[in-house]
Design a protein around this ligand. Structure first.
Ligand code: PPY
Length: 355
C-alpha cells in the first residue's frame, strides 16, 4: 500500500471512499472526482489487481475521465467511478455478499454517488446492489432498470468509427474497412456484430483463450493477444482494459485510426502525441465510449425512449467531427481538442436534470 498516499495527494478530485471488505479480502474504492455539474456518477468495476494500489490508481483515473465524458456528452452529471479490487476465485455466494455490502456502502453516501455496470460487472450485480440502494442504474429490465448498457456503448462506438473513417478516408462507409477489435467482452462482442452487419472486415482478439476459440468458431479471424498490435488494419479498436497503448506498442501499430470502447487505452498523456506523430488518428476515449453512460442516464433519469437515445448516440459522431476539425485548425491533437471542449463545457453555467 506504499503508493496509496502519494496517489491520493496528487489527485485533483474531491474525495475517495475506501472500504476493506474483511470477509472476502476485497478493497472497495469510490472515487468522487467532481460534483460541479451534477451527481457524481460512474460505473462499478470489478477486477483482480496485482496490488490494491493499482485499483486505487484505476479508480482515480477513471473518475477523472467520467467528468470529461459527462461534460462532452452535455449531461448534467459529475465524474466518479468505483473499483472493487477483489481476490481471485471468489465463490458465487461470496461475491454476492460482497455486492450486497457494497450496495450498503453506496446507500450510506445518500445520493452522493450514483453507479451502474462497468468492466467486470453486469446487470445481475446491479440487481444485488439494488437490494440495498436506489442509487444504481443498469439493473435488470424485469426490475425496472435499463438493463445492460453494452449494446448502446457499441452503437455509439459505431457512429464514432464512421466519423473517424470519414475524416481519414473521405467516406464514412465501413464496408470493406478492416477493423481489429481488441477484447470481445460485452461491448467488443456487440461491436463485432454491428461491424459485421456493416460489411467491415473484422479481426478479433481476446485475453481469454476460450473466447478466442468461440470467436473463431463463429467464423471471425482471430489473432493471439500479443499479435494484435502488429496486425495491418484500417482501424484498431481497443475494447478491453486500459493502458494498452504505450511507447512499446504504438510503434508496432499498422493502422490509420485508433478508436474503441476501452476507458484510458493510452498508458500516459504523451501517447496521444506518439499516435499523432505516427499519423494515426485517435478518437478520444471519453468522447467515443459515452454511449453506455448516455443510455443509462437517458433512459432511467431523463425518460428518453430507445429511439431518442439512439439519436443522442448519433451525436457522438457529430462531436468527433467537431473535435477533429478543431484539432486541425488549432494545430493540436484530437485528445487536446476534446479536453478543451470538455473544459469549456465545465466552465459553463449548469442546467440540472430532474433526477
Ligand atoms: C462509463 O462510461 O465508463 C461509465 O461508467 C458509465 C456509467 C454511467 C452511469 C452509471 C454507470 C456507468
Amino acid at each position: 500500500m506504499e503508493r496509496f498516499a502519494p496517489l491520493l495527494e496528487a489527485w485533483p478530485g474531491e474525495h475517495v471512499i475506501i472500504r476493506f471488505d474483511a470477509s472476502t479480502g476485497a478493497w472497495i474504492f469510490i472515487a468522487i472526482h467532481s460534483s460541479r455539474r451534477g451527481v457524481p456518477t460512474g460505473g462499478t468495476r470489478y477486477r483482480v489487481y496485482a496490488r490494491p494500489d493499482d485499483g486505487v490508481e484505476d479508480a482515480l483515473r477513471l473518475a477523472a475521465a467520467m467528468t470529461l465524458k459527462w461534460a462532452v456528452a452535455g449531461l448534467p452529471r459529475g465524474g466518479a467511478k468505483a473499483v472493487i479490487a477483489a481476490q481471485l476465485g471468489l465463490e458465487r455466494e461470496e461475491r454476492e455478499g460482497l455486492m450486497v455490502r457494497y450496495g450498503e456502502l453506496v446507500d450510506s453516501l445518500r445520493g452522493g454517488f450514483q453507479t451502474g455496470p462497468d468492466l467486470g460487472t453486469t446487470s445481475l450485480d446491479m440487481d444485488l446492489i439494488r437490494r440495498r440502494t436506489g442509487y444504481v442504474s443498469g439493473h435488470s429490465r424485469s426490475l425496472g432498470g435499463a438493463g445492460d448498457p453494452a449494446p448502446f456503448t457499441a452503437l455509439g462506438i459505431l457512429f464514432g468509427l464512421r466519423a473517424c473513417v470519414e475524416h481519414v478516408f473521405g467516406s464514412d462507409r465501413l464496408a470493406g474497412r478492416s477493423v481489429l477489435v481488441q477484447g470481445a467482452g460485452s461491448v467488443g462482442g456487440a461491436l463485432i456484430d454491428l461491424l459485421k452487419r456493416s460489411s467491415a472486415v473484422v479481426v478479433a482478439t481476446d485475453a481469454d483463450p476460450e473466447r478466442r476459440a468461440s470467436l473463431a468458431a463463429s467464423g471471425i479471424t482471430v489473432v493471439e493477444p500479443e499479435e494484435a498490435y502488429d496486425q495491418p488494419c484500417d482501424l484498431f479498436s481497443p475494447c478491453a482494459v486500459g493502458g494498452v497503448l504505450d511507447e512499446r506498442t504504438i510503434p508496432r501499430l499498422r493502422c490509420r485510426i485508433v478508436a474503441g470502447a476501452a476507458n484510458n487505452p493510452l498508458a500516459s498523456p504523451e501517447d496521444a502525441r506518439r499516435l499523432e506523430q505516427r499519423g494515426i488518428l485517435y478518437a478520444p476515449d471519453f468522447v467515443i465510449n459515452a454511449g453506455g453512460a448516455i443510455a443509462l442516464v437517458g433512459m432511467e433519469h431523463m425518460g428518453l425512449s430507445k429511439m431518442q437515445v439512439e439519436e443522442r448516440l448519433r451525436g457522438i459522431g457529430a462531436t468527433l467531427r467537431e473535435i477533429f476539425s478543431r484539432a486541425k485548425s488549432e494545430g493540436i491533437s484530437a485528445e487536446e481538442a476534446a479536453t478543451r471542449l470538455a473544459q469549456e463545457r465545465l466552465a459553463q453555467p449548469i442546467e440540472r436534470d430532474a433526477s
